[in-house]
Design a protein around this ligand. Structure first.
Ligand code: NAI
Length: 332
């Protein structure tokens, strides 16, 4: 059997972690033969709850789980880490301005970036889920200068999965029959879910989603709004934010990053922009369509059209504003 991978989960006492740890421990992310050491990080007041999570992991008797470490110290949690799911973040409290939220998270992700820089493997793959995910990932990367910028990403896979499921339901097919829906930009209400290059298999025949749905207006209005507002709809119904679906999406993202994307398929990940694709400003964590090979992502080019350009600008401007609020003069 292979050497165990050190997998860190922050916010490990929270609700997304409760679903995510199970999926990872079952071998569905790093493979059915890959042993795992869990490094579970949360804040000091949550150590009691985290102890309960550790007991449950033990009681699951997972064949792949070796060590489990529970800690409130990022220098312990990120030690020699190969993969990190950063779920823990400061939630928005009532009356809190967006700027205050960004600055509170800036402190968390500055400290975590610095700790990753100090003790994680330089090959570590970091997935930021805690909101505002894109900008938190940018902060983390800014304060982890020795870790390649390509190794820190943020999650828009939940939005991709939501978009795929909406189209599959509209066509009466399964989610595996729908491919290459793209989420552009920020994991927020300005994101642009784009089906222009997506395909669907209907009655055994592969065709463009636009041809299959035969309702351009739906794909350019209602579909986009439904995906943009899906998180809020779940909160309204559940009185809690998406957790099972967020955990599944985080696992999909990390699995594709470690194991690669299938031929002809691209997925959405918020990755560092270098200023040379789709006209997006450099140094933003922007969601693009990517393919992954040998644990390295590459942006898929040539997928934009007139409609895309305008939508990309809206979400890019929001990300620039977040960067300015969070990092100010350090954002250059
Ligand atoms: P939760 O509130 O159940 O758990 C969060 C956990 O993070 C808590 O146990 C808390 O103590 C911990 N935490 C806070 N600060 C920390 C720090 N500095 N270090 C380590 N742990 C820390 O929240 P839930 O539902 O698990 O969500 C986690 C985050 O994921 C939230 O920010 C949420 O907004 C975000 N989210 C992002 C999605 C995406 O698509 N990008 C989708 C759904 C949720």
């Amino acid at each position: 059997m292979a050497e165990p991978l050190n997998v860190c989960v922050t916010g490990a006492a929270g609700q997304i972690a409760y679903s995510l740890i199970y999926i990872v421990a079952k071998g569905e992310v790093f493979g059915p033969e890959q042993p795992i050491n869990f490094l579970l990080l949360d804040i000091p007041p949550m150590m009691g709850v985290l102890e309960g999570v550790v007991m449950e992991i033990q009681d699951c008797a997972f064949p792949l789980v070796r060590d489990v470490v529970a800690t409130a110290d990022p220098l312990v949690g990120f030690k020699d880490c190969d993969a990190a799911f950063l779920l823990g973040a400061m939630p928005r409290r009532e009356g809190m301005e967006r700027k205050d939220l960004l600055q509170a998270n800036c402190k968390i992700f500055e400290a975590q970036g610095a700790a990753l820089d100090k003790v994680a493997k330089k090959t570590v793959k970091v997935l930021v889920v805690g909101n505002p995910a894109n900008t938190n990932a940018l902060i983390c990367s800014t304060f982890a200068p020795s870790i390649p910028k390509e190794n820190i990403t943020a999650m828009t896979r939940l939005d991709q999965n939501r978009a795929t499921a909406q189209i599959a339901a509209k066509l009466g097919v399964t989610c595996t029959d729908v491919k290459n829906v793209v989420i552009w930009g920020n994991h927020s209400g300005t994101q642009f879910p784009d089906a222009a290059n997506a395909t669907a298999t209907v009655n055994g025949e592969s065709m463009s989603v636009y041809d299959a749905v035969k309702d351009d207006n739906y794909l350019k209005t209602e579909f986009i709004a439904t995906v943009q507002q899906r998180g809020a709809a779940v909160i309204k119904a559940r009185k809690l934010s998406s957790a099972m679906s967020a955990a599944k999406a985080a696992c999909d993202h990390m699995r594709d990053w470690f194991c690669g994307t299938p031929e002809g398929v691209y997925v959405s990940m918020a990755v560092i922009s270098k200023g040379n694709t789709y006209g997006v400003d450099e140094n933003l964590m922007f969601s693009f369509p990517v393919t992954v090979k040998d644990k390295t992502w590459a942006i898929v080019e040539g997928l934009s059209n007139e409609f895309t350009v305008e939508k990309l600008m809206i979400t890019e401007n929001e990300l620039k504003g977040e960067r300015e609020m969070a990092l100010g003069s350090q954002s250059a």
